[in-house]
Design a protein around this ligand. Structure first.
Ligand code: NDP
Length: 496
């Protein structure tokens, strides 16, 4: 059994009151790791360590080239230990083995891309436009914001930890990261990697613990920025706390993404795309395509093919590489999903497939639920609300304009997709969508060099891409006038 400690000031330590909790393997219910449960004093200690590290000569001496080297070393170390990472991610977060493999590789490649960005980013530049006035020289200087509080959810534990930690190192900030209580294992393995590559102590501190630990962390006066990934409800609470001290905030929140199939789509590819869009990781992805909008011209054929494909899906335990679908993360999540299914049935949503739990034989221990298809309209609760499970609502449309209006009829705006054999037509629809990422004939793929985040209540700010790095930087205007040129001083002429 694994032992998960707290990573504070470069050391793996117990909680100050020695309390622990067990984290289970969601597929079996068996204890996977015993984890240190931090106290509020431990959180304060972690923030002090991050604060001291931020102002330390050692971390300041890491210029962008040295920080870039660290990021590359982290990427390489993750790949060296990929077998361990894959195994633990699979067991801790109920990730199917193929998803766990993709997550580990994606995290390593993100650190590599950030390494390049850290090296090439221009932290100070002369602004020729502003200098043209002739009497001053103007510079843009980017400085690290300071100590950051970072909070992540349970669905992509290592990926989310990577998305948070890489820009901290790239920019020269410091951080205390809290992993979700359900999935603390791989974030702590990442801490081992950080120690191995020689990250100065205190730069990154990693703890776990429940929401109260997160709430205490973000309130601390030494925290300058909060980066949160999780539900919109908690995101709103965080925004209120941040407002008290005008802390900088990045929020990556929920979604109800529209997946639009136009009448000229390649049917078999679009059917597979629709499956992947809503069933990846049992539907527990923030950008899942959970509102499927299908042209009425192809609706019957499309839906019948989708139902056939769903029945073919091999459901299994996470370690079985031939399966693409497994258990959801916890009993709590299972109950939430079941609740939405019952509500949609009661509202008159037509069930096309699934809708039941699976609890016989090898599936009796984990929390398995059938992939579920509903025919719905805009009035159904699941047209509006995020479920975070394998439930898809399908709605018919007549014209491209109607599809756009349906897609944009949402408080969320995280992602979406358009399926068509005419890229120009699809781009026309995609450009009109109010969402942070829109794929054409694709789904879920992310490019670490491009920004990711949400419109509307799906979030604030962006992660990844140059925008994700700038979210950890303050920009300063440096103005330099010649010391001995009194006649050029415009304020003197204007005032006196
Ligand atoms: P939650 O918002 O419940 O929790 C997210 C994290 O916040 C957890 O670490 C949790 O701790 C912590 N937390 C809970 N309450 C507070 C609080 N008051 N103050 C500070 N921290 C707190 O989300 P889930 O874990 O249920 O994750 C699912 C949600 O995350 C979905 O809505 C999904 O869309 C969103 N998400 C968004 C992504 C994006 O990039 N846009 C990516 C992935 C998920 P703990 O749970 O340990 O108690």
């Amino acid at each position: 059994m694994k032992e998960i400690k707290l990573f504070i000031n470069g050391e793996f330590v117990d909680s100050s009151d020695k309390k622990t909790f067990n984290t289970p393997n969601p597929a079996t219910g068996e204890t996977l790791a015993v984890c240190a449960m931090p106290t509020l004093a431990d959180v304060d200690r972690a923030i002090e360590a991050a604060h001291t590290a931020f102002y330390s000569k050692e971390w300041r001496s890491f210029d962008q080239s040295k920080r870039s080297d660290l990021l590359l070393a982290i990427s390489e170390k993750i790949l060296e230990r990929k077998k361990d990472f894959i195994e633990m991610e699979m067991l801790d977060s109920a990730s199917m083995i193929r998803k766990a493999k993709a997550d580990i590789h994606n995290t390593a490649s993100y650190f590599k891309v950030m390494s390049k960005m850290a090296k090439s980013f221009v932290f100070e530049s002369k602004d020729e436009q502003a200098s043209r006035a002739g009497f001053s020289t103007n510079y843009r200087q980017y400085m690290p914001i300071g100590v950051c509080a970072q909070i992540i959810p349970w669905n992509f534990p290592l990926v989310m930890a990577g998305w948070k930690i890489a820009p901290i190192i790239a920019t020269g900030c410091t951080s205390v990261l809290k992993s979700a209580m359900e999935t603390p294992v791989t974030a702590m393995m990442l801490a081992e990697v950080l120690k191995d590559v020689g990250l100065p102590k205190g730069v990154i501190n990693i703890i776990t613990g429940a929401g109260d630990i997160g709430a205490h962390l973000i309130k601390h006066p030494k925290v300058q920025k909060i980066a949160f990934t999780g539900s919109t409800a908690v995101g709103k609470e965080i925004l209120k706390v941040a407002a008290n001290d005008v802390k900088k905030v990045t929020l990556e929140l929920g979604g109800k993404s529209a997946n639009i199939v136009l009448d000229d789509a390649d049917l078999s590819i679009a059917v597979d795309g629709a499956l992947y869009a809503f069933l990846y990781h049992q539907g527990q992805a923030c950008d899942s395509g959970t509102r499927l909008l299908v042209s009425d011209k192809i609706y019957d054929q499309f839906v019948s093919q989708l139902i056939t494909r769903i029945k073919d899906i091999k459901i299994g335990v996470v370690t079985d590489g031939t399966c693409g679908f497994g258990p959801v993360i916890s009993e709590k999540q299972f109950k939430t999903i079941s609740g939405f299914i019952e509500k949609t049935k009661a509202e008159g949503g037509k069930i096309l497939s699934g809708g039941e739990k699976i609890n016989s034989g090898e599936f009796s221990k984990g929390f398995y639920i059938q992939p579920t298809l509903f025919e719905i309209n805009e009035k159904n609760t699941i047209f509006a609300e995020e479920i975070f499970g394998p439930v898809l609502g399908i709605t018919k449309f007549k014209t491209d304009e109607e599809a756009i209006a349906l897609a944009n009829n949402s408080k969320y705006g995280l992602a979406g997709a358009v399926w068509s054999q005419n890229n120009e037509r699809a781009l026309g629809v995609a450009r009109a969508l109010e969402a942070g990422t829109v794929w054409i004939n694709e789904y879920h793929l992310l490019n670490p060099g491009m920004p990711f985040g949400g419109f509307k209540q799906s979030g604030l700010g962006r992660e990844m891409g140059i925008e994700g790095m700038q979210a950890y930087l303050e920009v300063k205007h440096l103005w330099v006038s010649e010391a001995n040129k009194r006649s050029d001083k415009v304020w003197f002429d204007a005032m006196f």
